[in-house]
Design a protein around this ligand. Structure first.
Ligand SMILES: [Zn+2]
Length: 278
């Protein structure tokens, strides 16, 4: 069983990607920094992928370049995709039943665990709703997870990673983030199960380092930053004339996008290394 995240495992950033190109850019950052990484897809991106081709590319490129790369299906609400990802060799899946009452969330999560365990695939579940936009799912409720809820959930599921709402949001922050670090700390007191932080975009290096200082935080998700880096690559291409009809150069545009994503991801990964020495 490839239990790549556990109480004693390294910490990871999980980057949302949507194509072989975006995956390669993040993997090149991992090769540059010597860090392992998680590549994850939203449900919508997953739908659009040539999944087998994507998996084969990621695994081959990782092996060839000695990059520890794990594939994760993020915020999944469809059982058929969970089954498929498990069969296709994804390393972990997230079942997002957080909008359901706790007891239902528990039942659905346990069903996913039963499916995933057979193939050694890890399961992440969510408690309390993480605000912001994720694909077409938007949540505006300020849903900080309560400790009673977390305890109840952990008592009734044997989940591999727990994403609890701590005040981080999907997408861009309006105003300063209000992170409830106490939820991470108190969760560490009752369980060794790895803690997942969603909504890593828009957090300062200081905030990310503080999150990484909690040793139970094993996965921090970065999605919007990847998209913003992609956009910067296009903007740079416009500025330097690579998008002009005369002299239009797709190769140069793709290079710029690639480098922009690689640079952003490498900067985050450097924080992992810094966090290890603190
Ligand atoms: Zn999320």
């Amino acid at each position: 069983m490839n239990k790549y995240i556990h109480a004693g495992s390294p910490q990871f950033f999980a980057f949302n990607v949507w194509s072989i190109e975006s995956a390669k850019a993040v993997m090149d950052a991992a090769a540059q920094t010597g860090c392992g990484l998680i590549l994850q897809t939203s449900m919508k991106a997953y739908e659009q992928l040539d999944k087998e081709g994507f998996r084969t590319y990621v695994k081959d490129y990782g092996q060839k370049n000695d990059i520890k790369t794990y594939l994760h299906l993020d915020h999944c609400r469809k059982m058929e995709y969970i089954h498929e990802a498990v069969d296709l060799g994804w390393d972990s899946v997230m079942i997002d039943a957080s909008e359901k009452p706790l007891c239902e969330n528990i039942v659905i999560t346990n069903e996913v665990i039963r499916t995933a365990r057979q193939k050694g695939v890890l399961v992440e579940a969510e408690i309390g709703q993480i605000r912001g936009q994720e694909d077409d799912i938007s949540s505006v409720k300020a849903g900080i997870a309560g400790m009673r809820e977390i305890e109840e959930f952990l008592k009734n599921t044997d989940v591999d990673m727990l994403a609890a709402a701590i005040g981080t949001v999907h997408g861009l922050y309006k105003g300063a983030p209000d992170i409830h670090y106490d939820v991470i700390e108190q969760t560490a007191q009752i369980t060794e199960i790895p803690f997942v932080v969603h909504g890593g975009t828009g957090l300062s290096d200081g905030e990310l380092l503080r999150l990484l200082s909690y040793k139970n935080v094993k996965k921090i998700n970065i999605s919007t930053d990847v998209k913003l880096a992609y956009r910067r690559g296009i903007e740079e291409s416009i500025r330097d004339g690579a998008m002009e009809p005369k002299g239009f150069d797709p190769l140069r545009v793709e290079r710029r996008i690639h480098d922009s994503i690689q640079q952003m991801a490498a900067e985050k990964m450097e924080l992992l290394k810094k966090g290890r020495t603190m």
